[in-house]
Design a protein around this ligand. Structure first.
Ligand code: NIG
Length: 427
């Protein structure tokens, strides 16, 4: 018998996927059980043993009846805080008709359109929109979400965005962990009339010190692309951010090979995300430096960028892969987690087990969070009970929500209605 107080929660008769056995193994324990106390996983083992070991008389018990139970998903790349005045939905028709994403950006649409809408939106509108989007992710199993600034494009507006991310985190306290990122270089602000250097100077001299001083962000991110910023500007900003305690991350090699994966390795970034055009040298450098590859296949689809990122080659090269939704109004207006999982397999070449591990343990690695993304004693009791028996089912039954029950810190924070999630397991 365990000598501590009784568990608060026990999950029983589960296909328990621990996601703690490396990139390609979902770590399935058949007929598994897991017990939780004080918000933490305390024990994992065979269901047949749990009653011998623990007094479950006062414990809430969840009988999974063979269903899959995984760690809560860690969505390590989103821009889900933004204002919206309808311009981006109008751009969708243009994208569909074949106008490239970069062409829309060059005409003053894209990120600049969302920046205009963001500046015009009230704090309340911004926060309520973001909380609603985050909760849509929660209902699909996401218990940790990263949220970036990057649509403010001025020092006061970027700081306002980060303070609003803090409000979003407060609104979701106990339901989801929210990780804030300062996206310091996203687009050249309209006021600077194409003068990149002027914005980079402001970022270095004003934005980074203010954001770090107020402890508004954990990460500093940059968008390296021909329409955005080059590697030299990115390096200066990421190094300055790192000196202030902000961990570097990059939007890398999304639209072309810009050498951004190499820069990620050079500056010790926690992750380089997108990577549709990453070079072999970039992959090798990321593997050597331990940079996580953030795959965002839904945005590859929705922005009509091709090819998809080489997920298979990244895994085979030994790069840790994270899988994220990249919810944003331009390249990722979808909170559909199931679609992301399926695309990672169909277009990225991952196996379903790899996609699941990337969406859990991989995301946690990208965010440098040690206590989420895996199931093991001592880890946070963030769990999802799925209406499926296997990771393969979640990927095969595409774009359908299977999250029946979501647990955050040992507490049930979402229980699906019969109509809102598919339960494909009988009995
Ligand atoms: O991650 N690539 C840059 N940033 C976002 C898109 C932002 C937008 O189009 O509004 C991304 O895809």
């Amino acid at each position: 018998m365990d000598d501590g107080s009784p568990p608060t929660l026990a999950v029983r008769r589960a296909a328990l996927s621990t996601c703690d056995r490396g990139a390609s193994d979902a770590g399935i324990l058949a007929d598994g059980a897991l017990v939780v106390r004080d918000g933490e996983v305390r024990w994992i083992g065979k269901d047949a043993e749990v009653e011998e070991r623990f007094d479950l008389s006062s414990t809430i018990q969840i009988d999974a009846r063979g269903r899959l139970v995984t760690p809560g998903l860690v969505d390590a790349h989103t821009h889900l805080l933004f204002g919206d005045r309808g311009e981006r939905e109008a751009e969708f028709a243009e994208l569909s008709a074949g106008v490239p994403y970069v062409e829309i950006a060059r005409r003053g649409g894209g990120i600049l359109a969302t920046a205009r809408a963001t500046r015009a939106a009230s704090d309340e509108e911004m926060v309520s929109g973001a909380v609603a989007r985050a909760r849509r992710l929660l209902t699909q199993g996401v218990t940790t979400v990263e949220v970036k600034s990057g649509y403010g494009l001025s020092v006061p507006e970027e700081l306002r965005m980060l303070r609003l991310v803090r409000e979003v985190a407060r609104s979701l306290a106990g339901e989801m962990t929210v990780v804030p990122t300062l996206l310091a270089l996203h687009a050249v602000p309209p006021e600077h009339d194409g003068d990149r250097a002027a914005w980079v100077r402001k970022v270095l001299e004003e934005l980074l010190p203010a954001a770090a001083g107020e402890r508004l962000a954990a990460f500093c991110d940059v968008f390296v692309a021909p329409t955005a910023f080059g590697v030299d500007d990115a390096r200066r900003v990421l190094e300055a951010g790192r000196a202030l305690g902000l961990v570097p991350r990059l939007h890398a090699d999304q639209l072309s090979d810009d050498g951004a994966a190499l820069l990620a390795a050079e500056v010790g970034a926690s992750s380089a995300d997108h990577l549709e055009h990453v070079s072999d040298a970039g992959i090798a450098a990321m593997a050597r430096a331990g940079v996580v590859a953030g795959l965002l296949p839904t945005s590859t689809l929705l922005a009509r960028v091709r090819p998809f990122a080489p997920g298979r080659r990244l895994v085979d090269a030994g790069v840790v892969v994270a899988l994220a939704t990249n919810v944003n109004p331009g390249t990722g207006m979808s909170e559909n987690v199931g679609l992301t999982l399926s695309l990672a397999c169909l277009e990225g070449g991952l196996t379903p087990a790899e996609a699941l591990v990337a969406a859990t343990a991989g995301g946690a690695r990208a965010l440098r969070l040690a206590d989420v993304g895996r199931l093991a004693p001592g880890m946070a009791a963030d769990l999802v009970l799925w209406g499926a028996r296997t990771p393969a089912h979640l990927c095969w039954h595409t774009a359908v929500n299977h999250a029946l029950l979501v647990v955050k810190g040992g507490r049930v924070v979402h229980q699906a209605e019969a109509w809102s999630a598919a339960d494909c397991v009988g009995g």
